[in-house]
Design a protein around this ligand. Structure first.
Ligand SMILES: *Cc1c(COP(=O)(O)O)cnc(C)c1O
Length: 309
């Protein structure tokens, strides 16, 4: 019935008391909350790892590790992860790899070809594509399928027919929309990179991004979702920026036709020592509007913000 329920049911289906779960530390916030607040209460050992540091992952492996849960790129920080290498580590101890693949959609990352056992999509985002329905998808390979199917059945959660209809309709235009999201996002990211108010752009398809080579190797395209870190500003400047947007809305759930901006909570490791610049992290979703209109809107809002001091 939702993307989050696809995440939680994949986890609850695979795990039992005493098992160890390794979960990437830049994962979608509500998935993190579920692991910390529910799975721990059920005596499942939950541990986080830095998904760009495979030795951090290897040292945290235990005999009881049952699942390695990843999301590539990471929510908010957009690090591309070496999924085939993570899968090799997981499978060496018979653990399952569960991946939240919402960012790339099934078109731009093919998880089962890279060693993933269960692939999750918040179909609420690009598959439905118009911000008017809620749906989640979890698909499995042969090894994980019986377990996933059993857990989905016992919880009795079923998706609504209207939402399924909207997702099936969305599929008809998915490839055309994704090309536009990709192109718009990249153009906006390139423009932001050269702006004096910008400290860093977190977009895997920019050659300057540390994940660029992995993105090129494993992904078939990019979505419209990425991050930008602005140099430190006053609170007044930040609120002016958001007030002055004419096209960008303020929004949490993305993947629809419209462009969105969101001031994001920084991650604990979002600091200089990990290659992130200090500043205000804004998550952007490039919608289906004209790229020049989006750049123009961001430009005038930034000018207004910089002018207030
Ligand atoms: C939005 C999102 C979800 C949850 O989807 P809902 O349908 O809103 O519950 C899960 N994972 C990622 C990466 C998301 O962006």
């Amino acid at each position: 019935p939702s993307g989050l329920s696809a995440c939680t049911h994949a986890l609850i289906g695979l795990l039992k008391a005493g098992d160890h779960l390794l979960i990437s530390d830049s994962v979608y916030g509500p998935t993190r909350n579920f692991a910390e607040q529910v799975l721990r209460r059920m005596n499942i050992e939950v541990e986080f790892f830095n998904p760009t540091n495979l030795s951090d992952l290897s040292v945290k492996l235990k005999d009881s590790t049952r699942v390695i849960y990843v999301e590539s790129p990471g929510s908010m920080t957009f690090e591309i992860q070496d999924i085939p290498a993570i899968a090799e580590i997981a499978h060496s101890i018979n653990a399952f790899v569960v991946m939240d693949n919402t960012w790339a959609t099934p078109l731009y990352f093919r998880p089962f070809e890279h060693g993933v056992d269960i692939s999750i999509h918040a179909a609420t985002k690009y598959l439905i594509g118009h911000s008017d329905g809620l749906l989640g998808i979890a698909t499995a390979n042969e090894r994980a399928w019986p377990i996933l199917q059993a857990s989905a059945h016992v919880f009795g959660e079923t998706a609504g027919p209207d939402d399924i209809f909207l997702a099936m309709r969305g599929l008809r235009t998915l490839s055309v929309r994704m090309e536009r999201h990709w192109k718009n996002g990249l153009q906006l990211a390139q423009w932001l990179q050269s702006h004096k108010a910008v400290a860093q752009v977190l977009h895997p398809a920019l050659p300057e991004n540390p994940g660029f080579k992995l993105w090129q190797r494993d992904f078939l395209g990019a979505s419209g979702l990425f991050g930008v870190i602005l140099h430190p500003m006053s609170k007044n400047q930040l609120s002016t920026l958001f007030k002055e947007f004419k096209i960008f809305g303020i929004g949490l759930s993305w993947g629809g036709f419209e462009s969105l901006a969101l001031l994001a909570d920084p991650l604990p490791r979002l600091d200089d020592s990990n290659g992130f610049k200090l500043g205000h992290l804004i998550r952007l979703h490039a919608g289906l509007e004209g790229a020049q209109d989006l750049i123009g809107d961001f430009s005038q809002a930034l000018d207004a913000a910089l002018a207030v001091g």
